[in-house]
Design a protein around this ligand. Structure first.
Ligand SMILES: [Zn+2]
Length: 359
């Protein structure tokens, strides 16, 4: 992935830019009830099965989450060349519906109408709209969140799409223009509390940056190239993450989890990307080892035999995933676990140990 991001861990980047890295600010979370220095962190605890946005409260970390559903949002009445406010509204509605259509998750949205206020204003209204931010050369969009720092409840979340880029809402996409619906889907994922997924493959582009070759999650931090509309539907990993945050029905009983430890030379590996591929349903989901002893958990896994693979995080900037990037170990060879994990509905596999070798 490429470098600079704007505000928001939520930022989605554009590929191929030559700008240098830097300019990252962590998600704009403002403390609504408590005046305190607040950081948005990725929940680095093995009890969390997917990367989510969270806040530190004392020595605890709490996942950010909407308590009151539906999430009521406004759409800015400002268009950009090629996209009218009505086009923007339609793209956001389709993206919101795509998340709502996840049968195992309870998230719902309610469109409150157009507004003249801008995303980023802390006004009690969750607003999505364009903003001209040419200085954010690699940021297509970003999400900022206001939370109750006692409970982790999300009170307001704003999404901006960077008007400095060419956009389209054409049903089949448009050459040279970014698909607004795909980026809205990604940012709305952040708005629900999801962080990034590492399920994607990129290649380095001559002159800087990375190009996405394929993604196994719309929450992969790097966007597809202009003209591409492949990112309009949540994938298995996004579905599992959202369902873990907002479980509906018998999601917990119908799925199982894989847990274990990644070690290198007998010591735990932090930040190893672990994926589970279900050979029966072809579901592909992933998470990271999130403790110093290398512990990982992947929840929402379909019952059946799963192939486990461990790899270093090398298809994206570490800071798209972790606050404390120096804790992340990327110095090991990818490995496939020699035994299939037998996942059973409603239960955990028990600790699976996978050792990797230094590279
Ligand atoms: Zn993002």
């Amino acid at each position: 992935m490429r470098g600079a991001r704007g505000e928001g861990r939520g930022a989605r980047e554009v590929q191929g830019s030559k700008s240098k890295r830097g300019d990252r600010c962590s998600a704009n979370v403002s403390a609504a009830l408590v005046k305190a220095l607040l950081l948005v962190v990725l929940l680095a605890s093995p009890t969390f099965a997917y990367l989510k946005l969270g806040v530190h409260i004392g020595d605890q970390t709490i996942a950010l989450r909407w308590q009151e559903l539906p999430v009521r949002y406004f759409v800015s009445d400002q268009g950009v060349p090629g996209v009218t406010p009505t086009d923007l509204d339609g793209a956001v509605q389709r993206a919101a519906r795509a998340w709502e259509d996840v049968p195992t998750a309870s998230i719902t949205f309610a469109r409150a109408g157009f507004t003249a206020s801008l995303p980023g204003e802390e006004d009690g209204m969750s607003t999505l709209g364009f903003e001209d931010r040419p200085e954010l050369e690699r940021v297509l969009g970003a999400t900022s969140i206001t939370v109750d720092t006692v409970t982790g409840e999300i009170l307001e979340a704003d999404i901006f799409f960077n008007a400095a880029f060419p956009w389209t809402t054409a049903s089949g996409g448009e050459p040279g223009r970014f698909d607004l619906e795909s980026i809205a889907l990604h940012e709305l994922g952040h708005l629900t509390g999801l962080s990034h997924s590492a399920l994607g493959e990129t290649e380095l582009v001559h002159g800087g940056g990375r190009r996405v070759l394929g993604a196994g999650a719309v929450m992969f931090p790097i966007a597809f190239s202009p003209g591409n509309i492949d990112g309009r539907r949540p994938m298995a990993d996004d579905i599992a993450g959202l369902s873990d945050l907002y479980p509906a029905g018998d999601f917990r009983r119908r799925t199982g989890s894989v847990s274990g430890r990644i070690t290198k030379d007998g010591r735990g590996v932090f930040g190893a990307h672990v994926t589970a591929f279900n050979l029966r349903t072809r579901q592909l989901v992933g998470n990271f080892s999130l403790s110093d002893d290398g512990g990982f958990v992947i929840a929402g896994v379909d019952a059946g035999p799963c192939l486990l693979r461990v790899e270093p995080l090398d298809d994206g900037d570490l800071d798209s995933f972790f606050d404390e990037t120096d804790r992340v170990d990327v110095d090991f060879l990818a490995a496939v676990h020699t035994k299939l994990a037998n996942v059973q509905a409603g239960s955990d596999t028990g600790e699976i140990r996978i050792s990797v070798r230094a590279r």
